[in-house]
Design a protein around this ligand. Sequence first.
Ligand code: AP5
Ligand code: ZN
Length: 214
Amino acid sequence: MKIIMLGAPGAGKGTQAKKIAAKYQIPHISTGDIFRANIKNGTELGKQAKTYMDQGLLVPDELVVNLVVDRVNQEDCKNGYVLDGFPRTIPQAEALDRALEALGQKVDYAINVEVPDENIVNRMSGRRACVGCGATYHVEYAPTKVENVCDVCGADLILREDDQPETVLKRLGVYHEQTQPLIQYYTEKHVLKEVDGTVDMEAVFAVIVEILGA
Ligand code: AP5
Ligand code: ZN
């Protein structure tokens, strides 16, 4: 099962992708997480990506495409995967299709998690990320047991640098311009599934499970 998560920044793609990966036992591949890990480890890729991410801009396609194509060709992706944050532009989607075609495969589902712009800034300003393991929380909707301490690994929580309100607005603009056209792209391929992302996380997941099958 090859699944793509679509949706605005903060729509809940990562939250749902983790749940899908756990239930269906397939890898969760988040390009945002891969870049953040590279930034944390001080790699060359991380240095390059950071300059774009901090401004709320997309990292250039050439830095992303090969990374994802290599990843989906790995052994653990044989039975499928859930891509979170990729593709984000039409050229990325076309590159993915070409890579899959070469393997005789295709995208099975493109799940679009729909949340209106008005809700996004609130979602992002309440999001907290663990500096240790990258787990994601929300001060209101997904709080930790102890304030600002990760439930999983005990490390501190931070507000992601690109979650400052000004950067969030920039990311939303970039989303509408560069990523939203993918909805049409995957509609034409007959794999698009629309999901209301404004209800609580479990309710969103229940709808996704109905689509994917139990
Ligand atoms: P990335 O990390 O992919 O950021 P994003 O797409 O902007 O998505 P987010 O991680 O911000 O949000 P999400 O939809 O996963 O929401 P979440 O589940 O956390 O990318 C970051 C940057 O990397 C990009 O800006 C770009 O620069 C670069 N990049 C990455 N991929 C790239 C690519 N392919 N090409 C070019 N550049 C790329 O939820 C948000 C919050 O809401 C959380 O606190 C959560 O707890 C809460 N929440 C979730 N669901 C619900 C719900 N149903 N109800 C209430 N609260 C909820
Ligand atoms: Zn943690």
